[in-house]
Ligand binder design. Structure first.
Ligand code: PXL
Length: 433
């Protein structure tokens, strides 16, 4: 996947196009850049801004657009009207997702959009946006109105949408109880998305957020999924921020976080599947995802607690940690040894109706009989590995599902396997849908 960032250069690499290239690389995408302006700044202060000439801006855009198949575009700092108009001319006919991050001021106080360019920004840049991601301050400036009890945040989002953005996400509309909430306005609906908040001033989280939305959208995810993914990604980048200069911290992303992000995003989707509580067994559910070539269950990410039933809902109790799951991770590890592509698994309540549905769907199902387990294995406590090995022994292709019907005092169980957590959700949607 090729993603293009159109924005300003930040020599500290905390924000701007340099930050976007880092994010795109973390996602496994290839990052292209078109520089609109050069800033001089570091983690303490903002120096100069020099916009590039019309000629070189146009030439950069033509160079990348004529050569690469571009899957998505992010527009960040655009600075002035001249630049805005050229970007519009070059991008107005392009049919890929465009995320507009309407940056106006940097954390350190630099002007990223001239005041006199706001009008042209509204006229030319906002209509390009598949999603626009202002924070509260930026939303007020773009809508030319202040948030107050009468002039609600929803109305302000509506005003920005009327200017031509397909979807509007206003970030950080509320921060309380250690949660930070964004407002999402799609075509006909609006809703809130909350995530964990970390209170620290940093350089880069806004760029990380919009870069992640772009990646997710370009991967054909929905707006809701993309916002969730971006919140998780930005949260992790703040959690892992480093004091690299003498001033504020610069956000950073750990490599392992791709496994982490994919799984946590899928868990968030899983717990919202309608009536999913009916599929949670007595011993609860774990959802796991492995690094490539896992050696032990310590290479497999899982929930240190479980996904638990809370009435007619399900809740995640615990944190995602490597080695967090024992049973489901052991089952996965056993399957992965024979079928290395299989890196994710989830356990569900055993129900005859579920098995019937799975069989109808022509998924590859296998099973084992726990009552046949030899005593010496039982005593070692390695039932799962024994059973799974038995179930896959004759298989030439990787299983989608393995189940057992229990034993005296042992609950029967279904485990679904897949290449990725998303792959598992796809299978699940067929099984539970
Ligand atoms: O985070 C917004 C941003 C975007 N682009 C550039 C920046 C900044 C903030 O400093 O410098 C070039």
């Amino acid at each position: 996947m090729n993603l293009l960032s159109v924005g300003g250069s930040d020599p500290s690499s905390g924000a701007g196009i340099q930050s976007d290239v880092k994010s795109f690389t973390k996602f496994g995408a290839y990052g292209l850049t078109v520089v609109t302006a050069i800033t001089g700044q570091n983690t303490s202060s903002f120096g100069m801004v020099e916009p590039v000439s019309k000629k070189i801006l146009k030439n950069q855009l033509e160079s990348v657009l004529s050569d690469f198949k571009i899957d998505g575009i992010k527009i960040g700092m655009v600075y002035n009207s001249e630049i805005i108009k050229i970007i519009y001319q070059q991008l107005k006919k392009i049919k890929v997702p465009i995320v507009v991050d309407p940056v106006i001021k940097s954390t350190t106080g630099g002007i990223l959009l001239e005041k006199k360019a706001v009008k042209d920004f509204q006229k030319y840049i906002i209509p390009l946006a598949t999603i626009i991601t202002p924070n509260k301050f930026e939303a007020e400036i773009l809508s030319k109105s202040k948030i107050n009890p009468k002039n609600t945040i929803e109305k302000i989002a509506g005003r920005i949408q009327k200017m031509g953005a397909k979807n509007v996400v206003i970030t950080g509309i509320e921060a309380k109880n250690k949660k930070i909430t964004d407002l999402v306005l799609e075509k006909n609906t609006h809703y809130l998305v909350s995530g964990d908040k970390i209170s620290s001033i940093n350089h880069g989280s806004g760029c990380n957020y919009s870069a992640a939305i772009l990646f997710s959208l370009s991967n054909k995810k929905t707006v809701r999924e993309s916002v969730r993914f971006a919140k998780e990604f930005a949260h992790n980048s703040i959690k892992n921020a480093k004091r690299l200069g003498k001033g504020i911290m610069i956000t950073d992303i750990e490599d392992k976080d791709r496994v982490f992000l994919e799984l946590s995003e899928s868990i968030n989707e899983f717990i919202e599947i309608k009536n999913i509580y009916k599929n949670i067994p007595e011993c609860q559910t774990n959802f796991v995802y492995s690094k490539e070539k896992p050696k032990t269950i310590k290479d497999i990410l899982g929930i240190s607690g479980r996904i638990v039933k809370t009435g007619n809902n399900v809740t995640v109790a615990g944190n995602l940690t490597y080695g967090g799951s024992k049973h489901v991770a052991t089952a996965l590890l056993t399957v992965n040894k024979k079928f290395p592509d299989i890196r994710s698994a989830i356990n569900l309540k055993y129900q005859k109706s579920t098995i019937l549905k799975i069989k109808k769907l022509k998924l590859l199902v296998s099973s084992y009989d726990r009552t046949l387990e030899p005593n010496h294995i039982k005593n070692k406590g390695s039932t799962v590995a024994w059973g799974i090995k038995k179930a896959i022994k004759e298989l030439k292709l990787a299983p989608d599902v393995i189940f057992h019907k229990g034993d005296f005092g042992k609950e029967p169980m279904i485990i679904i396997f897949g290449k990725t957590p998303e792959n598992i959700l796809k299978k699940l949607s067929k099984i539970t849908g």
